[in-house]
Design a protein around this ligand. Structure first.
Ligand code: GLC
Ligand code: CA
Length: 536
């Protein structure tokens, strides 16, 4: 097995786990998660069986967008700890055989970043062009119709210098000007700083926004926009997203990663499959893993998902490694999006598809979105554009470790409320229950580790009932069959070659011999080994 995996990079057969540091574990009792808290909980990740940890931003930040507004790229925000804590964390992570991936936010900085402070100080500032400045339109308004993702125009007027600056997100998140060589150099040095400290890779934030149209052309109206949708979607992002120049910048980031060897670059790009593929770069000189978010938006039914897998597999460039994401700190949780009955199916799907999976913290115990009362809203998006369900606080509530007052997350009341179900849905109780969702994640991850077919094997769809998604994963002689019942009634997979059940999502019938027909209970998924000792 070891040999089989040796031909592959760690990020190909490994599994990534995303930590949202504010909400993972509070170590110093201020109600906000931090690095010492993460260190304390690393054994949970070892017991779970993941390979790499990605941390959302931990850099000094005014927290206008909870760390995605970076004021210093090469330090740690005091809320989270110190650089010494970081060094302790990286040692602790590596000491457990795990890898550490940091978030890299190249598109924008905080408006308090010294670069922006200098840039806005005067039109003649040496760093003026480090950001995207333009004169007002003739009527004094913004230079064009570009909109901020978080509501309102994407341009803010700096009264003192009478020019507008561009921000794809909040006014507190001015966009860097990646056309400027000095910006590139400075930002690439940020990668080197952390690579030298031992970081194993980066998740690159909002990469599709990195560069905008140089001619500032207006974005065309979006014919599909309807009231209730994000106001940012009133226009198509034709001239603000996915511009051709972005690929050069990605290649430059990748070259830095390659200076250090064995590191991974993951890109956050919400794009259609055909556009996404370009993010692997020509001759795979771009991201190792351009995040594939398509499972999040695809209707949760077998035919649609099978078609998505086929389309994605077919589109992959030669040698491009697939990856799958089901959720993150920006998207609704599985139990809320799909319903609690499908949480186990989602887990089995994510961890048996061909490609690197990313698990968002809390999914391994089936956490739900937590409704946030208006007076407790933290997310700037919800504040700017209230009531449309755009806010991300519900998926960022504290990790539920146990049934105690603040779920074992903190001794004090946390920055976002703890879910009411934490007395039932928590790590401690699920660790004691051999048939819990947590036990399922552990079993799936163990199986992935011991069965190369699941991590590096081929993928082949299998025709089935409308309620069932079935596929084979093979590596050498190892032949596994995955069958997932998306429906609430029993389903049968016919013409199955004899095999043995390795795992059911119900965790109650491994070892069963299956001949010809595999009966699936409502919402049950199974992994079968075809053939094997004593079977034809
Ligand atoms: C990414 C992050 C999101 C953040 C935005 C701006 O989409 O995942 O949380 O608000 O970029 O940095
Ligand atoms: Ca804390």
């Amino acid at each position: 097995m070891q040999n089989a995996l040796a031909d592959h990079a760690w990020w190909q057969h490994g599994v990534v786990y995303q930590i949202y540091p504010r909400s993972f574990q509070d170590g110093n009792g201020d109600g906000i998660g931090d690095l010492s808290g993460i260190i304390r909980r690393l054994d949970h990740l070892v017991a779970l069986g993941v390979d790499a940890v990605w941390l959302s931003p931990i850099y000094p930040s005014p927290m206008a967008d909870f760390g995605y507004d970076v004021a210093d790229h090469c330090a740690i925000d005091p809320t989270f700890g110190t650089l010494e804590d970081f060094d302790r964390l990286i040692d602790a992570v590596h000491g457990r055989g795990l890898r550490l991936i940091l978030d890299y936010v190249p598109n924008h900085t905080s408006d308090r970043h010294p670069w922006f402070v200098a840039s806005r100080a005067s039109r003649r500032s040496e760093q003026r062009d480090w950001y995207v400045w333009h004169d007002p339109a003739p009527d004094g308004g913004p230079p064009n119709n570009w909109l901020s993702e978080f509501g309102g125009p994407a341009w803010s007027l700096d009264a003192a210098t009478s020019q507008y600056y561009y921000h794809a997100y909040l006014p507190e998140q001015p966009d860097l000007n990646w056309r400027h060589p000095a910006v590139r150099d400075a930002m690439l040095d940020v990668l080197r700083f952390w690579f030298r400290r031992g970081v194993d890779g980066f998740r690159v934030d909002a990469i599709h926004h990195l560069i905008e149209d140089e001619e500032l052309r207006d974005n065309p109206p979006n014919p599909d926009w309807r009231p209730g949708m994000s106001p940012a979607k009133r226009v198509l992002r034709t001239h603000t997203m996915d511009q051709p120049e972005v690929h050069e910048a990605i290649m430059a980031m990748r070259r830095v990663a390659d200076e250090f060897g064995d590191r991974v670059m993951i890109g956050e790009a919400y794009l259609p499959i055909d556009r996404l593929m370009a993010y692997y770069g020509s001759d795979l000189s771009g991201f190792h893993l351009p995040f594939n978010f398509h499972l999040i938006a695809t209707p949760w039914q077998p035919a649609a998902i099978a078609a998505l897998i086929d389309a994605y597999e077919a589109a992959l460039p030669n040698g491009g490694w697939p990856n799958w994401v089901l959720g993150n700190h920006d998207r609704s949780r599985l139990a809320s999006r799909l319903g609690p009955d499908q949480v186990r199916i989602a887990a089995m799907l994510l961890l048996t598809l061909r490609g690197t999976p990313t698990i968002y913290q809390g999914e391994e115990i089936g956490m739900s979105d937590v409704p946030i009362p208006p007076e407790q809203v933290q997310d700037p998006w919800e504040r700017n554009v209230p009531g449309l369900g755009l806010g991300r606080d519900p998926v960022r509530t504290p990790m539920q470790w146990d049934g105690s007052a603040h779920a074992g997350f903190s001794p004090v009341s946390p920055w976002l409320p703890v879910a009411q179900d934490h007395a039932v849905v928590n790590v401690a109780s699920q660790a004691a229950d051999p048939r819990s969702v947590l036990a399922l994640y552990q079993a799936l991850l163990r199986l992935r580790r011991t069965r190369p077919a699941l991590s590096i094997g081929s993928y082949q769809p299998i025709a089935a009932d409308t309620a069932v998604l079935a596929y084979a994963r093979r590596y050498g002689d190892e032949h596994l069959l995955v069958a997932l019942n998306f429906g609430g009634t029993t389903a049968t997979l016919r013409q199955v070659r004899p095999g043995r059940l390795l795992l059911s999502t119900e965790l109650d019938r491994s070892g069963q011999v299956i001949r010809d027909r595999l009966e699936l209970r409502p919402n049950e998924g199974c992994i079968l080994e075809i053939g094997g000792p004593g079977l034809p």
